[in-house]
Ligand binder design. Sequence first.
Ligand code: AHG
Ligand code: MN
Ligand code: MN
Length: 338
Amino acid sequence: MPSSLSKVVTIERHILDNQGQHPGATGRLTSLLYDIALAAKLIARETTRAGIANVLGITSGQNVHGEIQQKLDVYADQVIFRMNDHTGRVCVMASEEHDDLLHIPERYPPGHYVLIYDPLDGSSNIDVNASIGTIFAIHHRITPGDGHGTLEDVLQPGSRLVAAAYVIYGSSTMMVYSTGQGVHGFTLDPSIGEFLLSHPDIRTPSTGKYYSVNQGRQKHWSRGVQRYVAWLQGLDDEGREPLGLRYIGSMIADFHRNLLRGGVFLYPADTGQPSGKLRLTYEAQPLAFIAAQAGGYASDGARDILSIQPENLHQRVPVFMGSRDLVEKAEQFLREDA
Ligand code: AHG
Ligand code: MN
Ligand code: MN
């Protein structure tokens, strides 16, 4: 075999090799992750063709949060559902774009896993050709038997996640996943249509270069958040050098940069949004899982996001995540000003 070939690790091979290490592994999770990767490739194809394929622009629909749905949101939402509704691997799904659970059609067998997803994250960026993403969270079902999944299966703390993944559609398309054995990144090679291992075992620096926040909302922040961000900017008495501000309004893009380079992403509670903006199950839990697996940390300002028991499907949560030292500092400021 040419030596260059031995270096090529497809995502399928990587997932298989990793899952094979689990005693009792059945291959079902491997197949589910591969189904997700396939959905991601389809979305990536539409994303890169968006400008020419007449899929830009809004649909008439609004999602359950009252936000206008973009056409690509709808496409991504449907592709992910269809790739997973018939395989016998998933017992129930939940998408950020739907009020209620997404049930597996009666004609197909329900499976062991629960799939929760944000089909298109950062959708306000679609029309301006900036990076967007998709987020996935996977739980084991907790209801007994092999019938259809229920709300109880979806509302589990992040600490029970079996796997989480995100896809970033940027200057290249990447899929980053964890099954609890570190975080691994793959870059889509469009010429062969495969995700190839490009970032094995990602470790996030314990402190960082960047902070990412919608600074325009500053007047709505609590005193604790104000003081924390001033600290990030080096404006307090410690006289530290400021971190750089990077914020694109696409959490996946902001999170991904900070994961690789070190930094903190925050979307705090404020007077206009008392629980913050981001959703616990679709956005915060899977990224908290990945952050933790890369050696980072995610908090709601007081506790580990992975410890929170969700109470409803579209629950929002304040978010501080990324490099551990920076997130713990946020908790300290918020505690002092509680
Ligand atoms: P979505 O596109 O799934 O609704 O998520 C958008 C989220 C997140 O990606 C981003 O970080 C945040 O909204 C940006 O919000 P602001 O415009 O308030 O900064
Ligand atoms: Mn989102
Ligand atoms: Mn979304």
